[in-house]
Design a protein around this ligand. Structure first.
Ligand code: ADP
Ligand code: MG
Length: 709
């Protein structure tokens, strides 16, 4: 196909704009400066003149220049002087769409579209767009377009055609007339491949882009976009000289944002029907629980909570402008080697927008975000998104949560509760969204967890109690020796290893890849036509579909069950004034869990059973964490409540015994009763010793006798 002559372009653009967009152009003139660009769908141009449209893809720079000039002329004709409008073409044909890692030399100079997530933005700075020079010899002025921010293009001679003196550069000087020149805003933007596009564990690739004028300052780190633009190269410089190695950049021409959440996950009608069918199965909860890390043995309750976390509750906006998050945060505290990391890593692969990261993450952005000076952006300050920002609307699995750096620690509260991070540094102000569920794992400070009856868990981990209290569910995973369980886990692990395929042989190609079967689109059905375990892909689409379409709300029964549980638990908290068995925060957690449970059935009506599932799970984790006398105050304050409870128990025992005898209690009776209440003899003796020392108890007639003071 012969390319269209460049000198034809302005006229052709003028007639195209006149025929099709004159009303839109009037709008720009009216709305200026809120609207500075004319958005034109490629499909419209294609309908108008297919050959012309094709030519845009092949020679975009020529077209942009002609189109912008034509547009500017329209505004001038309408009496709108000195404006720099841009024509922005969007909705490119699908064969122009690439991922970052697909960009190749062939694409350079062509108009393409890149689907990606924004990872970094620099500050917005002005640059010369059209420079006016004055000839020092004759005073004639010339306009020179400045296509890029790398070098200033000066006139070669004082142009005679439009009235200059004709002197070449070396016989005169050209002085930049800044007040007559036009400046536009420019910004460096780094885009990264979407996790969905990355093949098998390779680092996602990134590309530096330049956004200009109304495109500058539009994106925040974490935003998903389709960036349409032109690839160009620049040679890398070393010691002030160009080298033969090039860097690729994308000059962004137009941006398209996602309008549906999780749009990147494409669900066909067939898949949608399959999802609905799975959701209708009676045993859907069992199937889903079993589908979470099948190679990990046991941990049923934990997996059940992780299943609810995947689906999550619904964020609510209140009339007063506040917001309650819907995402469920879960903390796994446990001894080393209980499969915490394995669970985290699995969850990050099945959740849409899942990210796996470690608290000790090496990247400067860490978990939240950071402002750094960046050489690839000409040394400008840039704002880089951390894992939570990139996992927006998904799930962030954070291993070694207790080892995160001080910067992350301070912004984590806001990131977890308000689900945003506000940053203001070096001229960049941004509020980044972190609407993701957090699944965190933490190890004990001292190698292994002590029984929580001796040392409260909050003092066994390196996390501040206020941070711990942001989690809706906290599991304590101890590595206790239990012969039956140990034998089961052992044979499970050994069998898993036997069933696995050698990675080396798989990579060599001499053995089939076992994960390949997983990638098959369809879930395999069992003999009865139902499903036992869902493949990762199906599960991920299921979650995306449910999050996208189901907006669960508690019905009256569910609400009553949750409130009853709350009131009952508070009552059981006992008389001690400084201890609260449950706080209002837990109420929200319960509602979120119940909502997630309904969402799994694709049901917007959160019923009694959903509430009961949430209550049962909540009871279980609270019991495993702190035993019968759950005291939420200790989660919040980190005080040694277990010890305080034990003191109260001993106090009560002595009181009862001395009332019975009318004089005093004997040590041996107290120790026996204490043992029945779950306090060991040694522990009870320590507590009695301490209470006597503190003067709350005394030994009226010898060591064996006890009386309250
Ligand atoms: P953690 O992060 O808690 O220290 P890891 O996730 O690194 O533990 O697990 C250590 C190893 O033990 C892993 O290979 C894991 O598969 C195995 N493992 C531990 N518990 C189980 C279990 N219940 N079922 C199967 N494998 C397990
Ligand atoms: Mg680990």
């Amino acid at each position: 196909m012969a390319s269209i002559q460049e000198f034809d372009l302005p006229a052709r653009w003028t007639s195209l704009l006149q025929d099709t967009f004159s009303e839109a152009i009037h709008n720009i003139a009216r709305m200026w400066p809120e609207e500075q660009s004319l958005k034109v769908s490629y499909r419209i141009i294609e309908g108008y003149d297919p050959e012309f449209a094709q030519d845009i893809l092949a020679n975009p720079e020529h077209h942009f220049r002609a189109a912008n000039q034509a547009l500017q002329q329209f505004l001038l004709d309408a009496g709108e002087g000195n404006k720099v409008p841009f024509l922005r073409i969007e909705h490119l044909p699908s064969d122009q769409v690439r991922t970052v890692s697909q960009l190749r030399a062939d694409d350079i100079g062509m108009m393409i579209a890149v689907d990606a997530v924004t990872t970094k933005i620099s500050g917005v700075r002005p640059r010369l767009y059209m420079a006016v020079f004055e000839c020092a010899a004759c005073g004639h002025t010339m306009e020179i377009n400045q296509p890029n921010e790398q070098e200033l293009i000066e006139p070669l001679e004082c142009s005679q055609i439009d009235g200059g003196c004709g002197r070449p550069k070396r016989q005169t000087r050209f002085m930049l007339q800044q007040h007559l020149s036009q400046l536009i805003n420019s910004q460096f933007i780094e885009l990264q491949e979407l996790p969905e596009q990355v093949k098998g564990g390779i680092q996602p690739e990134r590309i530096i882009c330049i956004g200009e004028q109304d495109l500058a300052g539009q994106l925040n780190p974490g935003d998903r976009v389709k960036a349409n633009g032109v690839l160009f190269i620049r040679s890398q410089r070393k010691g002030g000289k160009d080298t033969p190695v090039f860097d690729i950049f994308l000059r962004i021409h137009s941006l398209e944002r996602q309008n549906v959440p999780l749009e990147e996950i494409i669900i066909t009608e067939e898949e949608e029907n399959e999802i609905k069918e799975i959701a209708r199965q009676d045993n859907v909860y069992d199937v889903l629980t079993a589908s979470i890390a099948p190679s990990i043995f046991g941990l049923q309750r934990i997996k059940e909570s992780l299943m609810l976390q995947l689906f999550g509750g619904e964020a609510q906006l209140n009339e007063d402008g506040t917001r309650n998050r819907g995402d469920i945060h879960i903390l796994l505290m446990g001894d080393p080697g209980v499969a915490k990391s394995q669970l985290l890593s699995y969850m990050s692969t099945i959740s849409p927008r899942g990210r796996f990261t470690s608290g000790q993450s090496a990247s400067a952005a860490g978990l939240t975000a950071a402002a750094v000076q960046d050489a690839t952006a000409d040394g400008r300050w840039t704002l880089e998104a951390g894992a939570l920002v990139l996992a927006d609307l998904g799930l962030a699995a954070i291993d070694e949560f207790d080892k995160m750096n001080a910067g992350d620690r301070s912004s984590m509260h806001e990131a977890m509760e308000q689900q945003k991070i506000s940053i203001s540094k070096a001229g960049i102000n941004a509020s980044l969204r972190t609407r993701c569920a957090i699944l965190a794992a933490a190890n004990p400070k001292e190698g292994r967890f002590q029984p929580v009856s001796d040392v409260p868990f909050t003092s066994q981990i390196n996390l501040a109690p206020p941070l711990v209290s942001r989690f809706d569910v906290i599991w304590l995973m101890t590595d206790d020796a239990d012969e039956k369980k140990d034998a089961q886990i052992a044979s499970h692990i050994v069998n898993t290893r036997l069933k696995g395929s050698s990675e080396l042989l798989v990579n060599e190609g001499s053995m089939p890849d076992p994960t390949k079967n997983q990638k098959g689109k369809k879930a395999t059905r069992n003999a009865g036509g139902g499903y036992d375990i869902l493949p990762k892909e199906v599960l991920r689409k299921y979650v995306a579909y449910a999050k996208r379409t189901v907006r669960p709300k508690l019905n009256d029964d569910a609400r009553k069950a949750v409130v009853d549980f709350y009131v009952q638990t508070r009552k059981s908290g006992g008389e001690a004034t400084d201890s609260v068995a449950i706080t209002a925060r837990a109420l929200e957690g319960l509602s979120r869990l119940a909502e997630a449970s309904a969402r799994i059935r694709l049901d917007e009506d959160v019923n009694l059973e959903d509430a009961q599932r949430a209550i049962r799970l909540t009871k279980t984790w609270r019991f495993e964490l702190m035993g019968e006398n759950f005291d939420e105050t200790s989660v919040h304050s980190g005080k040694k409540t277990a010890a305080r409870n034990q003191e109260r128990t001993i106090h009560d025992i002595v009181s009862t015994l001395q009332n019975q005898s009318g004089t005093y209690a004997t040590l041996i009776d107290v120790l026996n009763d204490a043992e029945r209440s779950g306090i060991s003899r040694a522990k009870a003796e320590d507590i009695i010793e301490k209470m006597c020392r503190d003067g709350r108890m005394m030994r009226p007639s010898g060591y064996q006798t006890l009386q309250l003071v």
